[in-house]
Write a protein that binds this ligand. Structure first.
Ligand code: ADP
Length: 529
């Protein structure tokens, strides 16, 4: 509440002071000023801090007009028009134009110019001038002139002040690099010097050409928009306008040719051209920069994808080649083998290697399925406890792959609607890892139902080499291995597939581990029934 009251008070004060200043600038019929910053302040405040600040605008517009001599009802009418103008612009921009307050896209600038600068200002000019006409402050013959002055004052208020406040208000201020600070300093020095030359008192005294001299300032807008971003641009436009108004007010510079009002009208056209050019240019430069950044990012993603692919090809060929080489070796010695016993051992060994090859190829096919979103589940009623015992019973005892003793704790039926083959794959992958990385120590498997009976918990615990802390999340990614230099072979796909299957069932897989402390993999699956 305190924050709201302080915001309202600050906005009220800013609006009131800048409005008083605007009304001193030779306002038509005393009210329609060509220099009207409050419109810009009001719109920027609503866009930055929300519509709820509207009472400050209404109150300030009412008080300042009453203080300037408007009848009560006219002041009320003007305040309604000014508040509506800001509310309508803010609403249309946010609701229909997907407006970015940073003005870093050309479409934001164009929407802002059409909605806020050209259209919403018609509301305040029309309502305000009509209120004064009804209050007999503006005579009928002055109606068009007052309306035009009012509209232009508001239009330039929004064009110059709103972008300045929006961009400065949303900018993330970080550390400024030394070379940027140097460029900004040179820019400010050169621009101030040129502005003093163009709009200062001595402009006339050194017989400079009049209007063509104004073109000197265009390169500054272009410099600011292209090199200093939208922030540099809006500040530059504001400073140029301030210098130009100062020149026109003090009777110096190219705009000091006729009455103050005529000077301001000329100056508006000039500043308007600079502001529109600068805003559009800075926005398209920002767009170009962000497109370039996106391009660099996708380029580096592409490079790392290519690196991953090459690594994968080398690992996969090595993994596929080792069992083939061993099969070839066994077949060679089979030819020479004489005893029946050694024949059986060698066939068994060949079978093991063929199984290993099949698993590798299955993993690769699963990877393709997962990547193309074709991992389908064929759910059926499964008792996880029974399935686990069945898989363990099926495991051939003491092969080179099954080196540890496995104990199963699955006392109660744990029933759910799952894909039997996929759940089998989860358990087989976790178990095979526990054998591979388990240091030949006993492995414990437990299956249980959650107390609420809504999900099942499968735990595979070994006492092996464990997983370093920094790799605990990564090992669930494709081709990621925590012990790559290790003699233990693998593609780095098993856990990735486990996680995909668990997630496809709406479940999760977690790891608790530390180096040399063994690993406990826990899979939680919603029962789905
Ligand atoms: P891999 O084919 O390499 O075994 P996985 O995806 O199954 O692929 O496992 C990824 C990595 O996670 C393994 O290379 C290994 O470093 C680590 N890892 C998996 N299970 C265990 C475990 N039980 N103990 C220690 N490290 C493990």
């Amino acid at each position: 509440m305190y924050l709201y009251i302080s915001k309202i008070s600050i906005l009220f004060a800013l609006y009131f002071i800048t409005a008083r200043f605007g009304l001193t600038m030779n306002a038509t019929s005393g009210f329609a000023s060509l220099v009207w910053a409050p419109t810009g302040i009001a719109l920027a405040s609503l866009l930055l801090y929300g519509y709820k600040l509207w009472p400050a605008i209404a109150l300030a517009a009412f008080s300042v007009n009453l203080a300037t001599g408007a009848p009560f009802l006219s002041a009320f009418g003007i305040s309604v028009g000014n508040t509506l103008e800001a509310l309508i612009a803010a609403h249309l921009l946010c609701r229909y134009a997907d407006f970015h307050k940073t003005l870093d896209r050309t479409k934001d600038v164009v929407a802002f110019l059409i909605i806020a600068v050209l259209l919403s200002t018609l509301v305040s000019a029309s309502v305000g001038v009509t209120s004064l006409w009804l209050g007999q402050i503006i005579p009928t013959e002055k109606l068009a002139e007052a309306w035009y002055a009012w509209w232009r004052g508001d239009l330039y208020g929004n064009l110059i002040i709103t972008p300045l406040l929006l961009v400065l208000g949303t900018r993330k201020w970080g550390r400024i690099e030394a070379k940027v600070a140097l460029e900004v300093s040179i820019f400010v020095l050169l621009m101030t010097g040129t502005c003093l030359l163009v709009f200062g008192k001595f402009h006339g005294s050194i017989d400079l050409p009049n209007l063509p001299f104004l073109f000197i300032l265009f390169p500054f807008t272009i410099w600011a928009s292209l090199r200093l971003g939208q922030t540099g641009n809006v500040v530059t436009i504001f400073l140029l306008s301030a210098f130009a108004i100062w020149g026109a007010a003090t009777g110096a510079g190219p705009f000091a040719t006729g009455s103050f009002t005529a000077n301001l009208l000329h100056l508006h056209a000039y500043i308007g051209a600079l502001a529109v050019t600068g805003l559009v240019l800075a926005a398209s430069a920002a767009e170009r920069m962000s497109a370039l950044r996106a391009l660099y990012e996708s380029q580096s993603q592409l490079k790392s994808a290519l690196k991953n692919r090459d690594e994968f090809i080398s690992i996969a060929s090595h993994e596929l080649k080792s069992p083939l080489a061993l099969i070839a070796l066994n077949l060679q010695s089979l030819r020479k083998s004489s005893s029946l016993e050694s024949l059986a051992t060698k066939v068994q060994s060949c079978e093991n290697h063929v199984n290993r090859l099949c698993t590798l190829v299955d993993d690769l096919m699963d990877l393709t399925r997962i990547r193309s979103g074709k991992l389908e589940l064929h759910r059926e009623r499964v008792d996880l406890s029974e399935l686990t015992k069945e898989i363990i019973a099926r495991q051939p005892a003491s092969t080179p792959e099954n080196v540890s003793v496995v104990t199963v704790k699955a006392d109660m039926p744990v029933i759910g609607s799952w894909d039997r083959t996929r759940i089998e794959q989860v358990l087989t992958n976790l178990l095979s890892n526990a054998h591979k990385y388990g240091d030949h120590a006993p492995i414990e498997i437990s299956v249980e139902m959650s107390p609420e009976r809504n999900f099942a918990k499968l735990e595979v615990k070994d006492q092996g080499i464990g997983v370093p802390l920094e790799m605990r999340d990564e090992i669930f990614e494709c081709f990621k291995r925590a012990h790559p230099g290790n003699a233990i072979q693998g593609l780095g796909l098993g856990l990735y597939i486990v996680r995909q299957i668990a997630e496809a069932h709406g479940g999760v897989v977690r790891l608790e581990s530390g180096s040399k402390q063994g690993s406990t993999f826990t899979v939680e699956l919603p029962t789905g029934i």
